[in-house]
Design a protein around this ligand. Structure first.
Ligand code: PLP
Length: 478
């Protein structure tokens, strides 16, 4: 397929712009471009065909089943897009006086309140623009909390070996040293190992619950006690709240700080690096350190920006990704408390239904119900047939499905992580179960064919290391 620059022809136009009815204004030479802007020149029909062709080459939740574990690729109601597109939300400027954007401030204050309620926290900032950004912000809060108490020895953050890669990365970025704790037999935090590493230098423990294996950390109360008794704090990676929202709250489990991924759980389409939002909630002891400004309603019902003197400062330009807040609020208000709980119940039900119907062929943690996702190990199949988790994922593409997450978490060999989400119905799940069972049989019948999959996709197997190390993200004239 050609790039739009390659079908460009001088003089072609998509639109005709009317002659302006105002005179030319000089803005000064230093603001003027010295070279002509290099834009593609195409007709409207070429333009329409180019982008339609591109959209067909992409795969999204609106195309089909997308069980990418730990990413919650669920269907996002289109009405929330319409709400976020309303003029009153899109045609405002972040520098407008507060009195002229009371509605926008009400959205922020109301959403913060709901997120605090859902997580069991006392205060929330909406500012961070992604989950990892939320982690970094939350860890800065923890650093500020210890510093304010003149407790300067706390330089270490404990991270379980099943953690999402962003956890240790964020902790290092925030200036901490990482201590790894292994998992026990039940794939939870090994309490004995935890007791050995916790101490006066512990700033915090970062935990995902349910873990990245989709299992609920049963010992969370004991873990919370061990960390708090040592003077440390508990950080909750709430990127995947889908399994527990409306049912159990991080604040009640003993966590002090939490981030959420609005772009996973609360109705913003994601993937491809689109706008995200990773709000951070905390208990009242840490609230004074939150990035400012926050929005508060005064006694006269007027919304105002406020900022604590102890704030760690801004972490994003202006107020973060406002459009994502509107979608999240629309989603929460539409569902209500019962609807949110029902989402979580169905997310867990769907994951367990899929798991129960494939686990004889796709082995997973035995004897446990999973939460919103589960991880299978294809090591045995690989030993028998040479077909790897990667080959299964690539074969799923030929069947019209997005692959699950591969080779994560690292503690499971030949891992595939399935997260079907609550928005899939039984018919779809049954089709997927049938396909996965057939794929398993195929591994024995024709392993060579599977090792060369996908056979029907736009591209085969790109060099992943090269794609990551030397990405080509803009057009370069040949
Ligand atoms: C997605 C995810 C993150 C990171 O979120 P980003 O928005 O991609 O930065 C962190 N932790 C877990 C468990 C996740 O699934």
């Amino acid at each position: 397929m050609n790039l739009i620059f390659e079908i460009s022809e001088p003089g072609k136009r998509c639109a005709t712009i009317r002659k302006p009815d105002v005179g030319k204004v000089s803005i000064g030479k230093k603001y003027l471009r010295s070279e002509k802007l290099d834009l593609p020149e195409v007709s409207e029909v070429d333009f329409a065909r180019h982008y339609t062709a591109l959209s067909r080459r992409a795969f999204g939740v609106d195309n089909g089943f997308y069980p990418l574990g730990s990413c919650t690729m669920k269907y996002n109601p289109k009405i929330n897009e319409e709400v976020a597109g309303l003029e009153g939300f899109t045609q405002i400027h972040p520098l407008q006086p507060e009195s002229t954007v009371q509605g926008a401030l009400e959205v922020m204050e109301t959403l913060s309140g709901y997120l605090a309620e859902i997580t069991g926290m006392d205060a929330v900032t909406l500012q961070p623009n992604a989950g990892a950004h939320g982690e970094y912000t939350g860890l800065q809060l923890i650093a500020a909390y210890h510093a304010a108490r003149k407790d300067y020895k706390r330089t270490k953050v404990i991270v379980p070996d099943s953690a999402h890669g962003t956890n240790p990365a964020s902790a290092v970025m925030a200036g901490f040293e990482i201590i790894n704790v292994p998992s026990d037999e039940e794939k939870g935090v090994d309490l004995k190992a935890l007791k050995e590493v916790v101490g006066e230098d512990t700033a915090a423990l970062m935990l995902t619950n349910p873990t990245t294996l989709g299992l609920f950390e049963k010992n969370i109360k004991a873990i919370s006690k061990i960390i708090h008794d040592a003077g440390g704090l508990l950080y909750y990676d709430g990127a995947n709240l889908n399994a527990v929202m409306g049912i159990v709250r991080p604040g009640d489990m003993g966590f002090d700080v939490v981030h959420l991924n609005l772009h996973k759980t609360f109705s913003t389409p994601h993937g491809g690096g689109g706008p995200g939002s990773g709000p951070v909630g905390c208990k009242k002891e840490l609230a004074a350190f939150l990035p400012g400004p926050l929005v508060a309603k005064n006694a006269r019902g007027v919304y105002k920006f406020t900022e604590s003197r102890k704030s760690i400062g801004k972490v994003a330009s202006f107020y973060g990704n406002f459009g994502v807040y509107v979608r999240a609020l629309a989603y929460i208000v539409t569902l209500g408390a019962e609807g949110i709980k029902s989402c979580a119940q169905h997310a867990v039900l769907n994951a367990n239904y899929l798991k129960a119907n494939i686990e004889d062929l796709y082995p997973t943690e035995k004897g446990r119900h999973c939460m919103h996702e589960f991880v299978v190990s294809m090591q045995e199949l690989k030993d028998k047939t040479g077909v790897s988790a990667m080959d299964i994922a690539k074969t799923m593409i030929d069947r019209g499905y997005h692959p699950p997450t591969m080779y994560f978490p690292l503690i499971i060999h030949e891992a595939l992580m399935f997260e079907p989400t609550e928005t899939e119905n039984k018919r779809t799940l049954d089709e997927v179960i049938k396909a996965l069972r057939e794929i398993y049989e195929e591994a024995f019948k024709d392993p060579e064919y599977m090792k060369a999959a996908p056979h029907h996709a736009q591209i085969g197997r790109p060099d992943e290391v090269k794609a990551a190390r030397t990405p080509i993200v803009r057009y370069v004239k040949p």
